[in-house]
Design a protein around this ligand. Structure first.
Ligand code: NAD
Length: 344
């Protein structure tokens, strides 16, 4: 499948390497509005034609699909051009930085009957799949509650990192927590029913808007989850733990991307769960790309499709509303009020 890669920043560079190494995919063009980014890209991928704007790339590259890896605030206009060109789309998360634009992208791709996949690659990490399988298989009995914590001090000025989160609204929620809330939905195999939230910015934060998110989420079947994430911790070291308590034991992910263990209620110690090796960001994205290529070729349902992503993104925006109003937000009511008919 011939891909046009749009956006040659940090993540676009990763996608370029993943496509280049894929036996069933190739880059037929790459687009960035920034000449410095195009120059840097050319040194690594000499044979790939470069374009300074999306429209020219769509017209001249001969693409069969588009990989959209630009910041979220331009995605709607870009998706309109891609839909007009009749191409399937694999777009990075978040699909947009506001809910109405994200829903508009989902609707326009549906109207055009074009596959839309969103970059929820962490669902393809072996550790995420293992948690999902343990929960679904009922190995430790019925899951009752989860606690997800992700704490780091993310240097938003570090070379190689994107800059726009420094100035956007809700950078933690929309750039990072979106992945975590999506993983909770994915691994628990349940939809959220209610959310309560406090979102805030510690006084020393380098981010213009909230770098901390705390949520309580009520999932179907009475499963409760607490979530705390920060990009502005008081310590640079990353601390991660995702613990799921079930009727007969616990499942604990102790490292970001790996290190899963479980214990039955009376066990004195945790037992590690064996996982295949995987390079975070690379092998999981590659697996998502495989699923996208297969779905397009077979004209089957796209993986991590637009509606699926909207369920996680709407949870983020419902959490923001819960924070702003100081109330618990019910998801079905939130979807109805925001005209998300595809989720009702
Ligand atoms: N799924 C993941 O694991 C993961 C990881 C990192 C980033 N991301 C996502 O990838 C996206 C890009 O992130 P990044 O870190 O690469 O950002 P970045 O700022 O490093 O790169 C974005 C690039 O897009 C280019 N661009 C902006 N507008 C454009 C336009 N209209 N046409 C063509 N190019 C344009 C910019 O010049 C820049 O080079 C974001 O949505 C981010 O959330 C996802």
């Amino acid at each position: 499948m011939k891909f046009l890669l749009v956006g040659l920043g940090n993540r676009g560079g990763m996608w370029a390497d993943i496509v280049a190494a894929h036996p069933a995919a190739a880059l037929c063009g790459a687009v960035d509005i920034d000449p410095a980014r195009r120059d840097a890209f050319a040194t690594r991928h000499q044979a790939v034609p470069l374009f300074a704007d999306l429209e020219t790339g769509l017209r001249r590259s001969g693409a069969e699909a588009v990989l959209l890896v630009t910041p979220p605030d331009g995605h709607l206009a870009q998706a309109e051009a891609i839909a007009a060109a009749g191409l399937p789309l694999l777009a990075e998360k978040p699909l947009a930085a506001n809910l109405a634009e994200a829903a508009a992208i989902v609707r326009l791709m549906e109207r055009a009957q074009l596959p839309l996949t969103v970059g929820l690659n962490f669902r393809y990490l072996p550790v995420s799949r293992a948690i999902r399988d343990l929960v679904a298989g009922g190995t430790l009995g019925r899951p009752g509650f989860g606690q997800f914590t992700y704490q780091r001090n993310r240097d938003g000025l570090r070379p190689g990192l994107n800059r726009y989160p420094l100035t956007m609204r809700h950078p933690m929620m929309l750039e990072q927590s979106i992945h975590h809330l999506d993983l909770l939905r994915f691994a628990y195999g349940r939809e959220p029913e209610t959310v309560t939230c406090r979102s805030f910015n510690p006084p020393w934060s380098m981010y213009a808007h909230d770098a901390n998110v705390a949520c309580l989420i009520g999932f179907e079947g009475g499963l409760e989850a607490s979530y705390f994430g920060t990009w502005s911790g008081g310590w640079d070291a990353l601390q991660f733990e995702w613990r799921t308590d079930c009727a007969d034991g616990v499942i604990i992910q102790r490292q970001l991307f790996s290190d899963l263990a479980m214990a039955r209620k009376g066990d004195a110690a945790l037992t590690p769960v064996q996982l295949p090796d995987a390079r975070a960001f690379i092998d999981d994205s590659r697996a998502l790309l495989d699923a996208f290529i297969d779905a397009v070729a077979a004209k089957g349902p796209a993986p991590c499709d637009g509606c699926d992503h909207l369920r996680s993104l709407s949870l983020c925006f419902a959490a923001i509303e819960a924070h702003e109003t100081g109330r618990t937000v019910a998801l079905p009511d939130f979807h109805a009020r925001h005209g998300l008919e595809m989720l009702t």
